[in-house]
Design a protein around this ligand. Structure first.
Ligand SMILES: [Zn+2]
Length: 83
């Protein structure tokens, strides 16, 4: 049994729908259906979104911030050498 299988079997104890999760006060639910990006994982009750998608989007946002920060630094140093 892989780690992933163990994870999925632990998700099976979660509510099967967002509605149930709300009723039970659970933070996550697991439908057993892959999301549209193909992740088979738990979903957030608050947003109804796949946990992996949320994570990927957060990483992508962080990456954008990192790039923006790097560009800013670059622009600043260029500015310093010019002026
Ligand atoms: Zn997903």
């Amino acid at each position: 049994m892989t780690v992933k299988d163990t994870q999925i079997s632990s998700y099976k104890t979660l509510p099967k729908s967002r509605k149930e999760a709300i009723a039970q006060g659970e933070m996550y639910f697991f439908t057993g259906i892959p999301c549209r990006r193909g992740h088979l994982t738990k979903n957030y009750t608050t947003s109804g979104r796949c946990a992996m998608c949320s994570r990927e989007d957060t990483d992508a946002t962080l990456e954008k911030f990192k790039i923006a920060k790097m560009n800013r630094k670059k622009n600043n140093s260029e500015h310093l050498t010019v002026g």
